[in-house]
Design a protein around this ligand. Structure first.
Ligand code: ATP
Ligand code: MG
Length: 651
């Protein structure tokens, strides 16, 4: 019974539904059968560098060819050794001699409803001008530029301008505190900060510049601050330090050739959201990252030239880097970019945007999907969203119940769903269905992409058998992998390469089912140990969510004298008021769905769950609350601090 000695995790969820791609979808898909996928995967597994070599030759532009595909000196990888390329060139210049020159690259809508469209030629020229502006400030290869901006085209322009001249961007989500900005500036020794006078969020102006001013008091390395005029409110400009964006580019021209950079030139630093602890600066480099973002974008979204693709992520997250900017633009896609909240001016905004721009691919997060369900179907029903052909999700596991709603209500039971598992560290999608080839199962990210070779291990580093959960690892280097944690080699080695010999440790648990499908079981730190049975959070949460009155749930373990740990569940409701009867009903529900073992000892109703600003549930904080801890850990990335103190009071 118990898995005490092996640390393997019990699988208590039984999800048997399977959804093959429709023949219509399959007919047009570029990878259109399981056999075709399997053949690619097998070929890649036999010799990963040879596989990537073939792709890199055609998919990136090389100023100078590389000498060797991979130099692996564990845990340090060099991909495409001594080659010269430029990510900004791959995203822009490459398209200018093709019919994509005048194709929209970015279709943007601001929260108040203002719009802009930039073709590839126009985007290229804007990027060149801003790159020249950065040069005027003395920015050169290797300098770090912090970007704290709203989701405007200028945010993408800034990233690509950095890439063009070899500056390293560090995008900081424009909702983080002055403290968080100062920490990141300091850690990366940023020389310049880019920001705006403000941003729109749910009809209100956020004063980004004022927050940056505060941060710059504690950012001694920052010399200049460039300010985009976005909302038009008054800001204080410090004459020797601050400069308006439009002034900076006023007298520059749009001639700024992309410089050839070594494949391993640092492209960006991105601090992870901190669901588990102190944020760390993940470092990515040029060629491998660029190739991986582009290729995975094309595979997973089955991109066609007439697609209108919308990834709702903010560029403050890795998803915004890889699937708003580098992946889709390298592939020549048309991307919709939206500045504001999903519920402004009303809860139908997303569906309104999809109708208005005839979006064909929607890529969003489980937290959004759960909010849509809670807001009600009537918001969807008001709009014609029949242009959609493909749906995606990322960021957390998606509960099968939410998956089914997404499939039926948004996808009209016709659009495949790509549940994409990956991390800031992996640079791009690692596991996901290829939508024309792999039948989907609600709650499973299905199979690894070609070139990605996972392994699942128990506490003793023995490979797990099928249907038993263990530590998810990647057993061979891949081009998009992180190249380190900024300024902290020891932490890089310790965190990712010291647990399972010769493998990258993802930090998540997973299991493989009888059909070779992967199921992510949550973070290693979140496993709950009840009487020697190790349970995954997502399975219990998914059971709770199948109850009609549960909108969202998070379960954690708390100390228990006899069982080791007891399950504490935090639940937000829909169409119901908190009551003891409902608590009892929910316990009974879990017992029926998955069994007595998984029944929560405590159920607590709450108005909101603590989440990171990218919308992930912070179970680590709930764990502290459930076990009655007075002081909680690092909260710098928490979305709504008030929600947490309320939860503590309710205790
Ligand atoms: P930190 O590492 O600082 O705690 P984080 O892990 O939340 O932050 P990200 O790199 O943005 O930062 O998130 C990656 C994690 O998100 C994965 O390790 C996994 O736990 C979760 N995740 C992402 N996509 C999926 C998915 N499709 N299914 C299940 N979990 C997912
Ligand atoms: Mg992580």
């Amino acid at each position: 019974m118990a898995n005490e000695s092996t640390g393997r995790i019990d699988n208590v969820m039984h999800e048997a539904r399977v959804f093959p791609p429709t023949p219509e979808f399959q007919a047009k898909a570029s990878i259109s059968s399981l056999e075709q996928y399997q053949q690619m995967w097998d070929e890649a597994k036999a010799n990963p560098p040879a596989f990537w070599d073939k792709i890199a030759k055609t998919e990136l532009h090389w100023f100078e060819p590389y000498r060797k595909t991979l130099e692996w000196n564990e845990p340090f990888a060099k991909w495409f050794v001594d080659g010269k390329t430029n990510a900004s060139y791959n995203c822009l210049d490459r398209h200018l001699s093709t019919s994509r020159r005048d194709k929209p690259a970015i279709i943007w809508e601001g929260e108040p409803g203002d719009t802009r469209t930039l073709t590839y030629a126009e985007l290229h020229s804007e990027v060149c001008r801003f790159a020249n502006g950065l040069k005027k400030l003395g920015i050169q290869q290797g300098d770090v530029v912090s970007i704290y901006m709203p989701m405007t085209p200028e945010l993408a322009i800034a990233m690509l301008a950095c890439a063009r001249i070899g500056a390293i961007h560090s995008v900081i989500f424009a909702g983080f505190s002055a403290e968080a900005i100062a920490d990141r500036n300091q850690d990366a020794s940023a020389r310049v900060v880019l920001t705006s006078d403000g941003a729109w969020r749910r009809g209100k102006e956020l004063s980004l510049k004022a927050t940056v001013d505060e941060a710059l008091k504690k950012s001694p390395t920052v010399e200049k601050c460039v300010v985009l005029k976005r909302v038009g409110n008054d800001v204080e400009m410090q004459p020797d330090r601050d400069i308006w964006w439009h002034d900076l580019i006023e007298s520059v021209n749009d001639d700024c050739p992309a410089e050839p950079f070594d494949s391993e030139t640092a492209l960006f630093i991105l601090y992870t959201s901190g669901s588990t602890g102190k944020p760390k600066g993940i470092k990515h480099t040029t060629a491998g990252y660029n190739l991986f973002a582009k290729q995975t974008f094309e595979w997973v979204f089955d991109h066609r030239d007439d697609d209108i693709y919308w990834c709702t992520a903010d560029c403050g997250w890795i998803t915004g880097h890889s699937y708003v900017v580098y992946g889709p633009l390298s592939a020549g896609a048309t991307c919709l970019m939206y500045e504001g909240a999903p519920n402004f001016p009303d809860e139908g905004r997303f569906w309104n945007l999809i109708e208005k721009y005839k979006v064909t691919i929607l890529y969003t997060a489980p937290t959004a999907i759960r909010a849509f369900i809670k807001w009600g179907d009537e918001w969807v029903d008001k709009h014609d969203i029949s242009s959609l052909r493909l749906l995606g999700t990322v960021g957390e596991g998606i509960n099968p119940e939410a998956w089914m709603w997404y499939h039926e209500k948004i996808g009209a039971s016709r659009c495949p769903i790509v549940d994409t598992w990956w991390q800031t560290e992996t640079g791009g999608i690692m596991m996901s269905p290829l939508p024309g080839a792999i039948p989907t199962k609600p709650g499973s990210c299905t199979k690894p992409l070609p070139g990605v070779i996972p392994g699942i291990f128990d506490e003793n580093n023995e490979p797990c058998e099928k249907n038993q959960g263990g530590k998810l690892t990647i057993t061979h280097p891949w081009p998009g992998m992180l190249r380190g944690i900024w300024g902290d080699e020891a932490r890089y080695k310790q965190q990712y390469w010291s647990t399972v010999p010769n493998c990258y440790l993802a930090g998540d648990n997973a299991r493989l089912d009888d059909d070779g499908y992967y199921w992510i079981m949550g973070r290693i730190d979140d496993v709950i140990n009840v009487s020697g049975h190790r349970l995954s959070t997502i399975e219990v949460e998914s059971a709770l969510i199948t109850h009609p009155n549960v909108a969202e749930s998070a379960v954690v373990g708390r100390p228990h004298d006899i069982k080791g740990q007891a399950i504490a569940a935090f639940v937000t409701l829909r169409d119901a008021e908190p009551s003891d009867e409902l608590k009892a009903a929910l316990k009974l529900h879990v017992r029926k769905e998955i069994g007595a073992l998984a029944v929560p000892d405590d159920i607590r109703f709450t108005a909101v769950l603590p989440k990171t600003r990218s919308g992930k549930i912070m179970r680590r904080l709930l764990r502290d609350i459930a076990s009655g801890k007075e002081s909680l850990g690092d909260m710098s990335t928490l979305e709504d601090v008030a929600s947490l103190s309320k939860l503590q009071e309710e205790d």
